[in-house]
Design a protein around this ligand. Structure first.
Ligand code: 5AD
Ligand code: SF4
Length: 474
């Protein structure tokens, strides 16, 4: 048993990161363990977790399990968790109630918890004492070891907790079962060293570790060969890519090299304004296959709060960067993340945030009420706001964000734009996909267009999506 440890999770040493190519192996005994058995996986949280689940699925299939989308039919149930806010916790514990009920009828079902919440000391202590029926807990640093962990559990049949609070390494050659045939997530780095005062990620995901450029490029090249149209380069703080490598190679170099693979569309998330430099903007502007879409978290528009958050920029610097990107990258869409009700946020601080929103007129935004995360500095800061005040601020901010989102979308009405049609829409008889600028479009079109980048004329716009029809004139 290995339990998470908050103190150890904070440590950052100068130790060189190891790139390990041969650590993933399925023990012979485990190769057929999943024969005639089904797995169900539920994923919470960000794209990083979605991609981790794609790895976990492939690992399970290497052990001969097959996927089911109905939890009731599963022999093994995995919950890949998120720790970013309290409501992610609540969702997990709510869901565990359903799993417990299934296990009461069939005690052979194996219940596994993995992902960011597994890295939290308080959560794992709770699981150990109050959720003894949960079979396996593993963390973000050892998902490639899942076959070994499962083997250990099956031999002992007692709760198996294997979580490491380490800086971490980079593991290559972990198999992947991608959810889409057209769009792929590609990790370029793991972890984060920014330690924004509200954020749990540096503790749950470890030190910033960049993958080697060649490993990334060859992954993208093989995706091109397999017919993929789009890659999204993933990291908590992608602009800092390469800073931990022993060679002179930055995010700008990486974007340029990925662009040269010829893949149709390149996206990247998430950017931190701190590391966003001019060379990077120039490369985004230069290559047509780097999409004109940037997610640039603001977090707050108050300099006092930004300082308390440890964000390392002022609202003026943010706006300057924002304007520079708008100026240089033609037609760019910029979205953001904003937290309201951070400890110490006064009405004036909140109004400063609204001011920045009025200045930038974001294409869209993810907005959150500050949620204290155990172990982070902000969790110890005093917060005098009532729940009602917090909700009022969120409501007011959302009203403004939605107003600008609709305004931006209206600019598309009647225009013809490129859309990668990637899936069936929830609406009958429609396909869905995204524009270069990451606008969600529903299109009434034959399924032969699936996986194709097509010209779509926008016929109707709403706040969160638009409707269109294939434009055959182009
Ligand atoms: N409370 C509220 N929102 C948070 N985020 C990160 N940590 C917290 C927290 N403790 C938000 C930030 C980040 C996004 C992924 O989640 O806005 O950019
Ligand atoms: Fe969290 Fe992003 Fe700040 Fe890293 S840069 S600590 S992931 S908010």
């Amino acid at each position: 048993m290995n339990l998470p440890n908050l103190k150890e999770a904070k440590i950052r040493t100068k130790e060189q990161i190891k790139i390990i190519h041969d650590d993933y192996k399925v023990p012979t005994k485990m190769k057929t363990i999943g024969k005639n058995k089904k797995y169900f996986i539920k994923t919470y949280g960000c794209q990083m977790n979605v991609h981790d689940s794609e790895n976990i699925k492939a690992i399970l299939e290497d052990m001969n399990f097959t996927e089911t989308f109905e939890m009731e039919n599963a022999d093994i149930i995995l919950l890949n968790t998120c720790a970013i806010r309290e409501n992610a916790h609540n969702k997990l514990f709510g869901f565990l109630g359903r799993v417990k009920h299934l296990k009461e009828n069939n005690p052979d079902i194996i219940c596994v918890i993995c992902g960011c919440m597994s890295q939290e000391e308080s959560v794992v202590n709770d699981i150990k004492s109050k959720y003894k029926w949960v079979d396996i807990v593993f963390g973000t640093h050892n998902l490639h070891k899942f076959p070994n962990i499962l083997e250990e559990f099956l031999s002992k049949k007692s709760q198996e907790i294997e979580v490491f609070s380490i800086e971490g390494n980079v593991y290559e050659n972990i198999p992947v079962k991608r959810d889409s045939k057209y769009k792929a997530w590609v990790n370029i780095m793991y972890g984060c060293d920014k330690f924004c005062t509200y954020c749990i990620v540096p503790y749950t995901r470890g030190k910033q570790r960049s993958r080697r450029p060649l490993d990334i490029i060859s992954e993208v090249e093989s995706l091109v060969n397999d017919g993929y149209k789009e890659v999204t380069l993933l990291g908590q703080n992608v602009n800092a890519y390469g800073k931990d490598l022993k060679i002179e190679y930055t995010m700008t170099n990486l974007l340029e090299d990925v662009a040269k693979t010829g893949i149709d569309r390149i996206r990247f998330v998430t950017s931190h304004p701190w590391d966003f430099n001019d060379e990077m903007i120039d490369v985004i502007a230069k290559y047509p296959n780097i999409m004109p879409y940037i997610h640039l978290p603001l977090q707050s528009g108050s300099n006092k709060i930004l300082k308390l958050m440890g964000r390392r920029y002022t609202k003026e610097q943010y706006i300057e960067l924002f304007n520079k990107i708008k100026e240089k990258v033609k037609g760019v869409a910029i979205t953001t993340d904003i937290i309201v009700a951070f400890p110490g946020e006064t009405e004036q601080d909140f109004n400063d945030t609204l001011d920045v929103v009025n200045t930038c007129k974001f294409d869209s935004a993810f907005t959150f009420i500050f949620s204290p995360r155990v172990g982070t500095p902000a969790a110890k800061m005093k917060n005098n706001l009532t729940e009602k005040e917090k909700n009022n601020r969120l409501y007011k901010l959302n009203e403004l964000i939605n107003k600008y989102a609709l305004e931006k979308n209206k600019e598309y009405l009647g225009k013809t734009v490129k859309v990668l049609l990637e899936d069936f829409s929830e609406k009958d008889g429609k396909l869905m996909g995204y524009t270069d600028t990451m606008k969600l479009i529903n299109v009434k079109a034959d399924k032969k267009y699936l996986g194709k980048i097509v010209d779509v004329k926008i016929t109707d716009v709403k706040t969160w999506s638009m409707d269109g029809k294939i434009d055959k004139r182009v």
